[in-house]
Design a protein around this ligand. Structure first.
Ligand code: PEP
Length: 244
């Protein structure tokens, strides 16, 4: 399986910033065999698609589960699709822990993404206190169990395992931590356990290769280190080119 390197720009890079990013990123990664994905701010999606000039896929960072309505500030999966997105990040830890998104809402968003023909990339991950309390498996099984019944084998989806304590903190799970958690997620997916599982949490050029070489890790979801084209290109360059 070609490894997946996905960037989550969060609330960074408007249209000019996106164009500038790709003007510097493209010459660095032209012929590297990875599946590149960018989750851009909605307002930078069109500029990103127009200026990418490398094979890449684009997604939004959040969707609402309704197709349309009096929901000021929200974007539906259908609208994201019309704007050129082919994927949607769902249940990112910032959505769960800053905006209070619940497992039930995550599931509604997964259903909406599938309905609109977007590939859901569903984020799961434990808090530090949950890990310390020995609840890793319980938490991951609960988060996966909340949405897996809404998926079928004929529609692509991905899961991103992102331990909350490692997101934007500089703390990274070890490859062994990632392999353990990915194994739990794969088991919890049951017959859909073939889905790609990405690791996310302070991935950098220096740790990307070892994390992506860990068992059951099919790629990475990168936040902070995806903002700088040279740093993100360093992660792409560090990607083991073929699955072990
Ligand atoms: C993320 O936002 O999905 C993420 C993993 O962030 P960071 O790489 O900055 O930890």
């Amino acid at each position: 399986m070609t490894r997946i390197v996905a960037g989550n720009w969060k609330m960074h890079h408007g249209p000019p910033g996106a164009a500038d990013f790709f003007s510097r990123f493209v010459p660095r990664v032209d012929s590297i065999p990875v599946r590149l994905v960018f989750f851009t701010p909605d307002v930078a999606l069109a500029a990103s698609i127009a200026s990418a000039r490398v094979p890449a896929e684009f997604g939004v960072q959040n969707i609402h589960w309704e197709a349309a309505g009096a929901l000021t500030g929200e974007t539906s999966a259908e609208m994201a699709r019309e704007a050129g997105a082919t994927l949607a990040l769902i249940g990112h830890s910032e959505r769960r822990h800053v905006f209070g998104e619940t497992d039930a809402e995550v599931n509604r968003k997964v259903l909406a993404a599938v309905r609109a023909g977007l590939t859901p990339v569903v984020c799961v991950g434990e808090l530090l206190e949950e890990r310390r309390a020995g609840r890793l498996e319980e938490v991951l099984r609960g988060q996966v169990g909340a949405f897996v019944g809404s998926l079928t084998g004929d529609r692509e989806f991905m899961v991103a395992y992102e331990p909350v304590w490692a997101i934007g903190t500089g703390e990274t799970a070890t490859p062994a931590d990632a392999a353990e958690a990915h194994g739990i997620v794969r088991k919890a997916l049951g017959e859909l356990g073939h889905a790609p599982i990405l690791y996310g949490g302070s991935v950098k050029p220096g740790n990307a290769a070892s994390l992506m070489s860990a068992h059951d890790v099919d790629g990475v979801l990168v936040g902070g280190a995806s903002l700088d084209p040279d740093v993100f290109a360093g992660i792409v360059e560090a990607t083991p080119s073929a699955r072990s």
